[in-house]
Design a protein around this ligand. Structure first.
Ligand SMILES: [Mg+2]
Length: 274
């Protein structure tokens, strides 16, 4: 493999995943991952543009940013690309009125959306709200539509909380796809439009950016398909088997102890990110 200096040449921007990279969510607001507060601070002091690119769909951006700030992160709402606001834009553009199969924590993001007589379903990481009744309500809405539209905020299989691995939105999205014989539209990673909107926000081209995430498919594979380089951290949902994934190979692995001490530059030494 080429030395880091070569692999990170021309780098102008960094997209950072949040859950599993900066912190593990959980009771009491979750826990910062060792080294990550300092790593974000160091990146923001560097010449690199930084954007947070998350599939978090249980919390509003305000709530998420509030939690992260309490853990010590330098982050503001304006720096976060998240799927709920992107979905709202699509709903408005297409005149869609959703049945919301979502967590109460993210409901405020949909305050301006008309939800009367639903003509589509929006599904997110609803957590405890994935009751039989709520999932069945969504199923019934879709089955009554001539052209059923299912919008899914991400399609992750699972994520890590401080208490352990948790089912994400993907398995429930798949259940509705299967029951209704339809294909969901995914808003969030690994959708190329989502990565592009994050890059646009910092004015950086895909070939000038690196994505740092813990999901080998959603973060690493998705970013690489957009022309970005992508690194996988060894925290969050990382599993050793990710290194032998049949389709996706990260451009590098990241050890936070090294990340904390080194910021990549166009002339990074071979030790950068290691
Ligand atoms: Mg993650």
């Amino acid at each position: 493999m080429a030395p880091w200096g070569k692999r990170l040449a021309g780098l102008r921007g960094v997209l950072l995943d949040i859950s599993g990279v900066l912190y593990d969510s959980g009771a009491g607001g979750g826990t910062a991952i060792a080294g990550s507060v300092e790593a974000v601070a160091r990146l923001k002091r560097s010449r690199l543009k930084v954007r947070f690119c998350t599939n978090e769909s249980q919390k509003s951006r305000a709530e998420l940013v509030g939690q992260l700030r309490r853990l010590g992160f330098d982050i503001s709402e304006e720096e976060v690309t998240a799927p709920a606001p992107a979905a709202c834009q699509i709903l408005k553009e297409r005149g869609l009125r959703p049945y919301l199969l979502i967590h109460d924590g993210v409901r405020s993001e949909f305050d301006q959306i008309d939800t009367s007589s639903p003509n589509c379903v929006v599904i997110a990481d609803a957590g405890e709200s994935f009751s039989y009744q709520n999932v069945n309500n969504a199923f019934q809405v879709l089955m009554e539509l001539e052209n059923p539209v299912l919008i899914s905020l991400g399609k992750g299989r699972y994520y890590k909380e401080t208490s352990g691995l948790m089912l994400d939105v993907g398995p429930y999205m798949k259940a509705l796809e299967y029951a209704c014989g339809i294909k969901a539209e995914v808003v969030g990673k690994p959708s190329p439009e989502f990565f592009k909107s994050a890059l646009q926000a910092i004015g950086v081209e895909a070939h000038q950016a690196v994505m740092i995430g813990d999901d080998i498919v959603g973060d690493v594979g998705g970013a690489q398909r957009c022309g970005m380089r992508a690194l996988q951290v060894r925290t969050g949902k990382f599993r050793p088997s990710d290194e032998h994934h049949p389709e996706v190979k990260a451009d590098g692995k990241l050890h936070l102890t090294g990340f904390r001490g080194t910021v990549p530059t166009a002339s990074s030494s071979d030790s950068a990110f290691q």
